[in-house]
Design a protein. Sequence first.
Length: 438
Amino acid sequence: MKDQPSAVSRRDFLATTSAALLVSQAPAAAAATPKLALQGGEKAVKTPVKRARRWGDLERERLNAMLEQDSLLYWKGPQTALALERFRKIHPFKWAHTCSSGTAALHIAVLAAGIGPGDEVITSPITDIGTVIGVIYQHGVPVFADLGASTYNLDPADVERRITPRTKAIIAVHLCGNPCDLRALKAIADKHQLILIEDCCQAWGAKYRGQPIGSVGHIACWSLQDTKHITCGDGGVVASSDERFGPLLQKCGDKGADRGKGGGFQMFATNYRMSEPQAAVLAAQLERLEGFAGARARLGRLLTEKISGIPGILPHQVHPEDRCVYWFYFMRFKEAAFRCNRADFVKALAAEGVVCSAGYIAVPLHREPVFQKHGFFAGRWPVKEMGLTAMDFTKHHTPEVEAILQNGIRFVIHEGMTEAYIDGVAEAVRKVAAHYAV
Ligand SMILES: *Cc1c(COP(=O)(O)O)cnc(C)c1O
């Protein structure tokens, strides 16, 4: 499949047998399509990508301070307090807590939101599975909605179509750090009295209509896993300004224990604590956030400017008043516009020096075996056995999502990249697209 001989032989045919014909009949077209790097031509990307330096002295300083402490527990921990103080400078939530992962943050959020057996939570099927793990652990039912063709975020109209009397919440995933249509989602949530949870795991530093991401919904969640914009190895943050949910967040991530008051266990929750060594790194990473997010936003925007208007190529669609922080850049490739498939297109781009790959996750979440088999709890799904849901993931359809995963092309964007590199990427896309254009 990868080394499709037909594309190569056609190119050879053009280059050799009918070279004279091409030159005599269409010299302008021939000059406009330089030889692909794949076939020995000069690479479009002239400046190789340097590895981004993600941590150093700032983190060392915090870790050294942490080593002087007598306790590494988060509660009353100075590193945790500093990390949350810095987090709140960016995101002025009334309540914000660290936890052990983005998955944990999302589980804490659905627990605080009161999601229980049979409650439906509408979300995106193109996301990390951590978005829905907490929903399933609370015996809720994830309902996957379709996405916008080039925003890759929840399509509000499809969300509304999937609302039933059992729907309790929406989890809006800001995929790639591109803010969802929060105004529309909040209006739907308000109209149907649903709780809106923002999954900001890929959206550190993003802004919705100029406001820091996470401020429209009732509860917001972040991941600090190693691949995210900022990291402490593994970790998460969960935050809310809502009086109903905010006061529960600490207990929901700490075995139900209310460390602030008289103690005791008023609610059931697991241990999702973050320890002081991670909080020390987080405190330092938050100092770097604006630099990382700003660079990615600028580079992604530049790439969109430079690849707009190429036939068959659909750039990543971001609202002009929003700041997307491009956890990665995702464009779509319309197969009908080209004489090659996506795999060949990506291969040609890679040969030009572009850091890219085909697709993102292999299939929408609901097509993963664990969902298809409903094998969540030792091979069983109690809510289904109890008749609290009729969900059958084998019959769940999200057509735009299928198409996105089949023809999306993913570009790595990071703060170590330069505008010259992005220029090269855009030139490569233009060159390869022109070469394979029908
Ligand atoms: C990474 C990620 C998560 C899960 O975060 P972990 O820290 O890996 O548990 C959830 N949602 C999205 C959109 C993510 O990208």
